[in-house]
Design a protein around this ligand. Structure first.
Ligand SMILES: [Zn+2]
Length: 228
């Protein structure tokens, strides 16, 4: 707790403005077809921020036009650490496949680490079933994955991201499908936003049709300061 307070005050002192903003993305599916709901929300709650010092860097350049939309923030470095917080084998496999896929874009180098406190991204499992009434009679709405990010609104720098996959919804789907969902959630963890339905992108919220596409690759490279 002492440490958390220190990090908060450090951030406030260096940014000279409000606390980091936390954004959340929730993706959901119904039992018939892959339907994601966008339940994005923002709050000013500060979570445990381990890499807060990074956010103290000067304001990052965020490209204004990218094929896949971005959230307007990114990590200050291209080398990132991720911690596997789930023991669920199918989900571990999905996260590993997804990390490999994002690394293949050449834009980021995400490495697995064994120390949760030093990780930028946390890969975890959790029950995402909604307690809210289902919107359509006859359909059971269930969420597949969700990602919450914490970033500094002044520098556009990500501070921490947590991607959650729901084992109850994903363990009995195909590896291909699970990996696509993990890629989608890690995409949020890297600063990508939802893509419109007509796009060819892993970031389309309502339908997991594909993994990381050429457009997503171009976007992540532009976001992290590389040419395509
Ligand atoms: Zn999403």
């Amino acid at each position: 707790m002492k440490r958390l307070l220190f990090l908060v005050s450090t951030l406030l002192a260096l940014s000279g403005a409000g606390a980091p903003v936390q954004a959340a993305d929730v993706s959901s599916i119904n039992n018939q077809s892959a339907v994601f709901s966008n339940d994005d929300g923002q709050s000013t709650t500060l979570d445990d921020s381990t890499q807060a010092n990074r956010a103290a860097a000067k304001s990052l350049r965020i490209p204004s036009r990218t094929p896949t939309p971005t959230e307007g923030y990114r990590w200050p470095t291209r080398s990132l650490k991720i911690y596997m917080a789930t023991q669920d084998k199918p989900l571990q496999q999905a996260f590993r496949d997804a990390v490999r896929a994002w690394n293949k874009t050449g834009a980021v180098h995400i490495k697995w680490c064994h120390d949760e406190d030093r990780a930028d991204i946390i890969a975890r499992d959790g029950s995402l079933s909604s307690t809210a009434p289902t919107p359509t009679v006859g359909y059971t709405s269930a969420q597949l994955g969700s990602t919450s990010t914490e970033y500094n609104p002044d520098t556009h720098a990500l501070i921490q991201a947590k991607s959650t996959l729901d084992p109850n919804q994903l363990d009995y789907t195909s590896r291909h499908f699970r990996t696509a969902v993990a890629e989608h959630e890690l995409g949020h963890s890297l600063g990508l936003a939802h893509a419109p339905e007509y796009m060819h992108s892993v970031m389309i919220p309502r339908n997991v049709r594909t993994g990381i596409t050429k457009e997503d690759r171009t976007t992540i490279r532009l976001l992290y300061g590389l040419d395509r």
